[in-house]
Design a protein around this ligand. Sequence first.
Ligand SMILES: Nc1nc2c(ncn2[C@@H]2O[C@H](COP(=O)(O)OP(=O)(O)OP(=O)(O)O)[C@@H](O)[C@H]2O)c(=O)[nH]1
Ligand SMILES: [Mg+2]
Length: 297
Amino acid sequence: MSEDFKCGYVALIGFPNVGKSTLLNRLVGEKLAITSPKPQTTRQRLLGIVNLPEAQLLFLDTPGVLDPKGALNATLVAAALNALSEADVVVWLVEPRPPAANDQVLLPRLRQLHRPLIVVINKIDTVAKPRLLPLISAYHELFPAVPIIPLTALLGDGVPELTTEILKLLPASPPLYPLDQDTDSTERFLVAELIRERVLHHTSEEIPHAVAVQVEEFDESRRPHLIRIRTVIFVERKSQKGILIGKQGSMLKAIGAEARGEIEALLGAKVFLELWVKVWKNWRKDPKALRALGLQA
Ligand SMILES: Nc1nc2c(ncn2[C@@H]2O[C@H](COP(=O)(O)OP(=O)(O)OP(=O)(O)O)[C@@H](O)[C@H]2O)c(=O)[nH]1
Ligand SMILES: [Mg+2]
């Protein structure tokens, strides 16, 4: 390994829904993180590894940071701020809108950050070009010495420029992970997340937030012919259970069929997927539940 090799953690942080998980997937070139138009999709830190000939980039996807209300939200914000302190480089993602002066959680922390920062203006495919320059100026005024990179995580334009900027800022270090690894998440976790993504896709209002997915059995004794996976989808109220199951089980069936396709692609094996819906009253407010569901250390 050459002495010039670089390696370090790069935290992706920002408000909910700005496209952090979409960017992580784009950078890694794999669907590791789930994404959705609903805020607070990501609930845990997720590592995505990019291996280049000259560097290993360790991207940390994090939950969106908002004023924490409630036990679950507090643990989400804590996870994001933890990644901030772990990182060698911090990438702050924003919508293509002027900086929010009322951001009391993240802005003060970014101002006092003792490590390199990059501002990414995402979703530039949604704004007309003439509107972009004033936006870049506004962020430049906020952080004069910091690179500001406009890009679209969804379409990929601007992403190579981001990688180039990050490479300039990464510390010299040998790789910290095997060169063929792209995450440290377990297959069980990624499977549960893919199911949750399909639930988010099919539901609205409170249900996306009230759902947690747990893999109860992962039997790979017949892999690669068949992997049997039994999962439980937790909701907070009986009425939510009814909605999730749907008329004669139609909603759950659709969720299961879509999730199975994605899980088979992830695992490279045929999958028999069982989904159960259970009520865990107000699990989001229950520290014991948060721990059991892996949402709190
Ligand atoms: N048009 C457009 N949409 C984007 C872009 N990047 C992300 N999105 C969309 O924005 C929504 C949110 O994306 P996510 O990647 O889930 O956002 P996030 O920041 O991870 O959100 P949380 O996990 O909730 O904090 C999804 O519907 C994405 O498809 C982009 O560059 N252009
Ligand atoms: Mg996310």
